[in-house]
Design a protein around this ligand. Structure first.
Ligand code: ADP
Ligand code: MG
Length: 376
């Protein structure tokens, strides 16, 4: 009886999660660090919309409004973010494949959100991958009377459309080609898997993976890491006493910087191409198209199993923006990309449109009030 109740409860919970949509797009605004004029984000409405001002135009003209499933302002903490995505993470333990992408220009806070390597030592700055792992280990412990779980991780990098296993013995020289057998599906199963028992185990491995990124590059870590995608995969295998088994994956994808300022034209080409392929795949999924163009990039091929249509996959993209003035053009391009992929049915395109109309009306009222006040 108890087990059935727990299961029903979980099923119900997953249905509620599903209603929120399988593809969600969030925007996170980094704090301003060095711009005396302040932020180009001049309004955050109802936690799901924001307004950007073009610094080169008068305020009333250069204003653009964007809507997302959620907007996190510069004062939001890592824990605020995690609190919101916790149900999504927990659904991995119920057999869902979850992909979390960090998108944005270099310096906009992608790594901070995902893994925060510099602040990794301080508890409160832990990125969502650490918080998620803590949670997964805690959950698997809590359920240990009902099920047995094994958690494994691997980490790969995609640089100029070449995939590298960052946790292989001889990582610098270990490139593996994607085996696209018959239908072109491929898995990351060639990558070296490491069994892990705690978040600390994973942090150690991530450090190793990051070090391996440096060894093979001629430039500094920051430089190289901003021009390649990294994927940390957490694979959960479970066996419940009821006899059910589960196999699911959680991917943390720290994407290459979406900058138009990449100097090396070859690198820029690969970055732009793979990011736009990712956009195409997510848009095709959101629109429930019959053809999903996975094959156009290594990134989407590698993640194909976790990005396929149907009930067992969930995708979340964080669009990161740097709100400083000289990032205006890149911020707009990030927001446009994110807007393009956020056209899901539920709470998507239509809801967004209505919402932005209401917001524009509200602003108009504010402006009129101001004008009236000024005339008195
Ligand atoms: P990216 O990975 O997109 O290139 P980073 O995550 O490295 O960017 O962030 C650039 C700098 O900004 C880092 O020093 C990081 O600690 C800081 N930073 C980014 N986002 C935040 C935030 N939300 N709060 C505080 N500091 C942040
Ligand atoms: Mg980074």
């Amino acid at each position: 009886g108890y087990h059935r109740l727990v299961k029903e409860n979980r099923d119900l919970y997953n249905i509620v999660q599903d209603l929120k949509g399988n593809i969600r797009v969030y925007c996170r605004i980094r704090p301003v660090f060095n711009d005396e004029a302040g932020s180009i984000v001049d309004f955050i409405g109802q936690d799901d919309s924001l307004a950007i001002s073009d610094p080169s135009k008068p305020q009333s003209e250069g204003r653009k409004i964007f809507n997302f499933n959620k907007v996190f302002g510069p004062t939001c903490s890592q824990n605020d973010i995690y609190a919101d995505i916790q149900p999504l993470i927990r659904s991995v333990m119920d057999g869902y494949n979850v992909c979390i992408f960090a998108y944005g220009q270099t310096g906009s806070g992608k790594t901070h959100t995902m893994s925060c390597p510099s602040g990794g030592s301080s508890e409160e700055d832990m990125g969502i991958s650490h918080l998620a792992l803590n949670d997964l280990f805690r959950l698997s412990n809590m359920r240990k009377d009902d099920a047995e779980y094994e958690i494994q991780v691997h980490m790969v990098e995609i640089y100029n459309e070449q995939v590298r296993d960052l946790l292989a013995e001889d990582s610098a020289n270990t490139k593996f080609e994607i085996c696209s057998a018959d239908g072109g599906s491929m898995s990351l199963s060639d990558a070296t898997m490491h069994s892990v028992k705690s978040t600390a185990d994973v942090i150690r491995l991530m450090k190793l993976g990051d070090d391996n990124r440096v060894i093979s590059s001629s430039t500094a870590l920051n430089d190289r890491s901003s021009r390649s995608h990294s994927i940390l995969t957490v694979q959960v295998s479970g066996k419940e006493i009821s006899g059910c088994t589960l196999q699911s994956c959680l991917h943390f994808v720290d994407l290459a910087g979406s900058s138009e300022r990449v100097e090396n034209p070859e690198e820029a080409m690969y970055i732009n191409k793979s990011l736009s392929c990712l956009g195409d795949v997510i848009t095709a999924l959101a629109q429930k198209n019959s053809h999903i163009p996975y094959r156009n990039s290594k990134l989407t091929l590698l993640l194909q199993d976790s990005l396929s249509p149907g009930g067992r996959t969930k995708t979340l993209m964080f669009a990161h923006i740097n709100p400083e003035r000289d990032s205006f053009a890149e911020t707009i391009s990030t927001l446009k990309f994110a807007q393009r992929v956020s056209t899901d049915e539920l709470g998507g395109a239509r809801g967004n449109k209505e919402c932005s109309e209401v917001m524009q009306l509200k602003e108009q009222v504010e402006r009129l009030k101001e004008a009236l006040g000024g005339n008195k």
